[in-house]
Write a protein that binds this ligand. Structure first.
Ligand code: DX5
Ligand code: ZN
Length: 224
């Protein structure tokens, strides 16, 4: 990005716990607290909606006690509407459900907000952003999956740029205040192009937690 836009806008960085050392979660929280990341991205997988199982409510509850960051919880589970109250209680500030897992998405979004959380909708790589048009004003964050959900460390899908541009148009045209979050394969090499395409929030697991200096990497991503 050019110097002018850089000074006007910086991305929100949301490191994903999935890539942290699970034997030392306290250390991961401490590092993040000292960093310039604004959000903490927490991936919940059920082995049904996605072919992997990660962690759940008890881990999130413990993290809430120590983190100073916005708790950005990404539910990759079937029937997410059943657990809205539980995740609120565990400390979620933003609760993101998958478009593909919600036959009554509008209602689910209203319930998340009624529990005092920001409402997010994640879309898989094959899901068109146009499908969100009728609910865009009800969505605080659209999480555009730039890999197939379920695993960290995957390769970024290039078509994401076009989706972000299209989504940005939908948001601007409707006068919504929705943020665009990118999840999967974000690195220091694509961060700047993503922000230029319209991304507001960059999730980064492997790129942050496997970096020699995670806090410096967060700054690099933020300044992209
Ligand atoms: C994938 C998760 C991501 C994951 C990103 O299903 O939703 O949040 O942690 O990991 P990286 O940044 O390593 O691609
Ligand atoms: Zn995620």
């Amino acid at each position: 990005m050019g110097t002018l836009s850089k000074s006007l806008y910086m991305a929100i960085i949301a490191p994903s716990l999935l890539a942290a050392d699970f034997l030392h979660l306290g250390k991961a929280c401490e590092m993040l607290n000292e960093s310039e990341a604004a959000w903490f991205h927490l991936d919940v997988m059920d082995g049904s909606f996605v072919p992997n199982i990660s962690y759940g409510l008890p881990v999130i509850e413990q993290i809430k006690k120590t983190t100073t960051k916005v708790m950005d919880v990404h539910l990759m589970i079937v029937h997410p509407e059943k657990y809205i109250a539980d995740f609120k209680k565990a400390g979620a500030d933003i609760l993101t459900v998958h478009y593909e897992a919600c036959p009554h998405l509008h209602s689910t979004l209203q319930q998340i907000k009624a529990h005092g959380m920001k409402a997010g909708v994640a879309i898989n790589p094959h899901t068109s952003v146009g499908l969100l048009k009728d609910v865009i004003k009800d969505i605080d964050v659209v999480c555009v999956m730039s890999v197939n959900p379920g695993f960290g460390g995957q390769k970024f899908i290039e078509h994401t740029y076009q989706k972000v541009r299209d989504l940005k148009q939908i948001i601007v045209a409707s006068g919504a205040a929705t943020l665009i979050e990118i999840d999967g394969g974000v690195t220091e090499n694509n961060a700047s192009d993503l922000v230029q395409a319209g991304a507001d929030v960059l999730v980064a697991g492997t790129t942050v937690f496997k970096a020699a200096d995670p806090k410096a990497m967060i700054i690099t991503l933020k300044n992209a």
